[in-house]
Design a protein around this ligand. Structure first.
Ligand code: NAD
Length: 340
C-alpha cells in the first residue's frame, strides 16, 4: 500500500539530482576555479533546490548545499581551521524581497530588550574571493581561503605577495589577536591589462576578474601570484581579542587606522528607502567602480545587535546580499571575444 506521506522514489531521485548539480557547480567554482555555469544560472539552480526543500521538507538532507557554507577545501593546500567560522550571505533577487527582509530584521531587533534602533551599513558586494587574515601582535601570521567556513586553505605565501595587505599593522592600539576578513580581487583596469598580456603571450584570457583572482591566489607557486595584480578590501572581523568595537562602520575606521585596505563604497543609512536609493545609485555606477560587483550587502551596523541576532548554519541573520539582475551580454563585446 502506498503511504501518501511517503515521498515517491521519483521525488527522491529528483532531489538527489538537483543537489548533485549544485555540488558539481560548486566544486568547479571553488576547487577548480573553472565554473561550468554562469553565476545567474547557479543562483537559479540553488533557488530551485531551496524551493524543492520547502515543498518537500521530509526529504531535506542535513548536508544539503542549502545548509552549508559554499566552498570546499582543495587537496593542493594545507587545511587551516579558522578561529571563528566564516559565513556566506543570504541572497535576495529583487527590491521587494529585500524590503521584506529588512522589515523582518527590523521587527526582530525591535523585539530585543532595549529595542535598539537599526542603522543599515550598506556596501558594494565585491566579486572576488573571501580571505581570512590572522594578525598576532600586529604581524600577519596566516592567510586562508574561506573553504567550507570552518576549514579553509593555507594561502599565506601567496597573500604575502599582495602589496596592499600589510605584513605588519600600523599604530599601537591593535589587538593581540584578530581575524580580518575581506575580498581579494583584481581591479577592472588591471584585469583588462592582464588579459591583454595573456593574449599577447598566446594564452587563453580569463573569463572574468573573479575567476582570474581566484586562479591567481590559489597557485602552488607564489611567484606566479606575485605577477598577478591582486588587491583586497577588508569588510569584516572574525575572532578578536584585546579591542572593543561598537559598530561595524567604526570597525572599518579602526581597520583603516591599522593600515588595512577598506572599501571607499560603504555608507551608514538610517532607513529602508535610503538603502533602496543606494542600490539604484550603485546600479548606475557599477561599471565605473574600481572593481566588479555582483550586488549590494546590507548589514546591521551595531555589533552587539549582530551578536544577538546570530547566525544560521550558513549565514548571518544580520546581513543580506541583494543581487542585481543579470545583465544582457553586450553583443559587441561578444564579437570581440569570439574573434580573440
Ligand atoms: P556569496 O558570494 O553570494 O556571498 C558571500 C560572500 O560575499 C562572502 O563570503 C564574502 O566574502 C563576500 N562579500 C563580498 N563583498 C562583501 C561585503 N561588502 N561584505 C560582506 N561580504 C562580502 O555567497 P557564496 O556562498 O560565497 O557563493 C555563492 C555565489 O557564488 C553565487 O551566488 C554565485 O554568484 C557564485 N557561485 C557561482 C557558481 C557557478 O557555478 N558559477 C558556483 C558556486 C558559487
Amino acid at each position: 500500500d502506498l503511504n501518501p506521506e511517503e515521498p515517491s522514489e521519483a521525488l527522491r531521485e529528483q532531489y538527489a539530482e538537483l543537489s548533485d548539480r549544485v555540488r558539481e557547480a560548486r566544486a568547479a567554482y571553488y576547487v577548480h576555479d573553472q565554473p561550468v555555469i554562469s553565476d545567474a544560472e547557479y543562483d537559479a539552480l540553488y533557488r530551485e533546490l531551496e524551493e524543492f526543500e520547502a515543498l518537500h521538507p521530509e526529504l531535506k538532507a542535513n548536508d544539503s548545499p542549502t545548509q552549508e557554507v559554499g566552498g570546499e577545501v582543495g587537496v593542493a593546500f594545507s587545511p587551516v581551521t579558522h578561529l571563528e567560522k566564516m559565513y556566506s550571505l543570504e541572497d535576495v533577487f529583487s527590491t521587494d524581497e529585500l524590503v521584506a527582509w529588512l522589515e523582518r530584521a527590523q521587527q526582530q531587533v525591535e523585539q530585543l530588550p532595549g529595542a535598539p534602533e537599526v542603522a543599515w551599513l550598506s556596501e558594494v558586494k565585491i566579486d572576488g574571493l573571501a580571505v581570512n587574515l590572522l594578525y598576532r601582535d600586529g604581524v600577519l601570521v596566516r592567510a586562508a581561503t574561506r573553504g567550507d567556513g570552518t576549514t579553509g586553505e593555507d594561502i599565506t605565501h601567496n597573500v604575502a605577495t599582495i602589496k596592499t595587505i600589510p605584513q605588519r599593522l600600523t599604530g599601537e592600539d591593535f589587538p593581540e589577536e584578530v581575524e580580518v576578513r575581506g575580498e581579494v580581487f583584481i581591479s577592472s583596469k588591471d584585469f583588462r591589462a592582464l588579459n591583454e598580456t595573456m593574449v599577447e603571450e598566446g594564452r587563453a584570457p580569463f573569463a572574468n576578474p573573479r575567476n582570474a583572482a581566484a586562479g591567481s591566489l590559489r597557485q602552488k607557486d607564489p611567484e606566479v601570484t606575485a605577477r598577478r595584480p591582486l588587491s583586497m578590501f577588508v569588510h569584516g572581523i572574525g575572532y578578536v581579542r584585546g579591542v572593543e568595537l561598537t559598530t561595524q562602520s567604526e570597525a572599518y575606521d579602526v581597520l583603516k587606522g591599522w593600515g588595512l585596505p577598506v572599501s571607499p563604497y560603504s555608507r551608514v543609512l538610517a532607513s529602508v528607502p535610503e538603502v533602496l536609493e543606494f542600490i539604484a545609485e550603485f546600479g548606475d555606477r557599477r561599471h565605473s567602480l574600481l572593481h566588479e560587483i555582483d550586488g549590494i550587502v546590507v548589514k546591521v551596523d551595531d555589533r552587539r545587535t549582530q551578536f544577538r541576532l546570530g547566525y544560521t548554519s550558513r549565514v548571518p541573520r544580520w546581513a543580506v546580499a541583494y543581487k542585481y539582475p543579470p545583465e544582457e551580454v553586450n553583443t559587441k563585446l561578444l564579437d570581440i571575444l569570439v574573434n580573440v
